[in-house]
Design a protein around this ligand. Structure first.
Ligand code: PRP
Length: 183
């Protein structure tokens, strides 16, 4: 789905597919250098990270492995509380591995803070984070995102893996959802 397929649903376009692709390639080049000969284990957090995982992993020129976790956060329904339940754990052991958590967005940072602590307790060789987007609220939880696509405003955004009521994940690009869609 292209941005101009749903022009009335977006109050603004933040990034086009081309802008995201360019940024992902830049991140991949850094990861290529940082992880040369380290065979990183990329851990995508379902569902939103599917798009960035697919693009980032294919932009790498080094070998990597991929695994997935699905989590559910108990919250008010609008924002996460940091209390996280693992719905699907990884299939791969992280012991001694160089783990790269791949997220679509860091909002409050509470999910990532939990995940990092959880994975650290499993004795990996290292843990870093790659995220497509980060909202300002994330600063409150001081989660370090080593490989960040873009800082974005606090608005409700959709596209590139991010949904509203299950839709818009397949939107190429990132846009601010028009309030008329959800009000
Ligand atoms: C989103 C996103 C992160 C989390 C970030 O997942 O993919 O996992 O929220 O929020 P936080 O920084 O405030 O903790 P969501 O629960 O919406 O699930 P989804 O990926 O399946 O859409």
């Amino acid at each position: 789905m292209n941005l101009d397929d749903v022009p009335d649903d977006l109050s603004a376009v933040l990034f086009t597919e081309e802008q995201i692709t360019t940024r992902i390639r830049e991140l991949a080049a850094r990861i290529d250098q940082d992880y040369a000969d380290r065979n990183p284990l990329m851990v995508g957090i379902l569902n939103g990270a599917v798009m960035i995982m697919a693009d980032l992993s294919r932009a790498l020129s080094i070998h990597c492995e991929m695994d997935w976790m699905a989590i559910s956060s108990y919250g008010s329904g609008v924002s996460s509380s940091g209390v996280v339940r693992i719905l699907k754990d990884m299939n791969t052991s992280v012991v001694g591995r160089h783990v790269l958590i791949v997220e679509d967005i860091v909002d409050t940072g509470l999910t990532l803070a939990y995940l990092i602590e959880n994975l650290k307790s499993r004795n990996p060789a290292s843990i870093e984070v790659c995220a497509g987007f980060r909202k300002p609220e994330a600063q409150r939880n001081e989660v370090e995102v080593k490989y960040l696509g873009f800082d974005i405003p606090s608005d409700f955004v959709v596209g590139y893996g991010l949904d509203y009521a299950g839709r818009y994940r397949n939107l190429r690009g990132l846009g601010i959802l028009s309030p008329s869609v959800y009000s």
